[in-house]
Write a protein that binds this ligand. Structure first.
Ligand code: SAM
Length: 169
């Protein structure tokens, strides 16, 4: 799967040469792209088997962790960017905000209610509600872009997307 075009457009908002966390990174489609741009990248996933080839790459760290387990947040450091795509576990929202440095940028893209008619996910636990990302992150973060609704690519789906910056104190 190619990196999301919308995500690629938002990457320019992340402070240059910063450290980006790719949460539930999967095969690392976005981590690989970020590495080509000179970002330092930490990928985390419960299953890192599709990331292992990245280990020797300069600037890449792979973390195996169950983000939904009892000690769910494995990081103490702050990131200049956090990227989440096609993954939703609501208890992590606060950790995402707390783990951004001042000026750091959250990029979040995943499925929302209404997607049931097009395919998986259909479980409401994995589908954002209308305006949910905006309602959660507007305030603690400053919204740069927010969209929701039907997308044609990479496959017909109902998605919600936010790009937002943590204010510098
Ligand atoms: C649909 S994939 C999305 C992968 C990637 N973000 C992307 O868009 O290409 C969802 C990912 O969440 C990971 N995941 C699911 N449950 C998890 C958990 N409890 N802790 C960490 N990762 C988890 C899966 O292993 C999988 O790689």
């Amino acid at each position: 799967m190619q990196p999301s075009k919308w995500v690629i457009e938002q990457i320019k908002h992340i402070p240059k040469a910063g450290h980006v966390l790719d949460l539930a990174a999967g095969s690392g489609r976005h981590s690989r792209f970020l590495l080509t741009l000179g970002f330092k990248v930490t990928c985390v996933d419960i299953d890192v088997t599709r990331l292992n080839d990245l280990e020797p790459a300069t600037g890449c760290r792979i973390v195996q962790a169950d983000l939904e387990g009892s000690s769910h947040w494995p990081f103490t450091e702050l990131f200049s960017g956090i990227l989440v795509t096609n993954y939703l576990h609501r208890p992590l929202f606060k950790d995402l905000m707390n783990s951004l440095c001042g000026g750091g940028v959250l990029i979040y893209e995943t499925f929302m209610s209404g997607n049931e008619q097009y395919g998986k996910p259909r479980n409401p636990d994995f589908l954002l509600e209308e305006d949910e990302l905006r309602n959660v992150f507007d305030g603690p973060l400053r919204i740069i872009n927010f969209t929701q609704g039907y997308v044609e690519e990479p496959k017909p789906a109902i998605m919600q997307r936010i790009c937002a910056r943590k204010p510098s104190i």
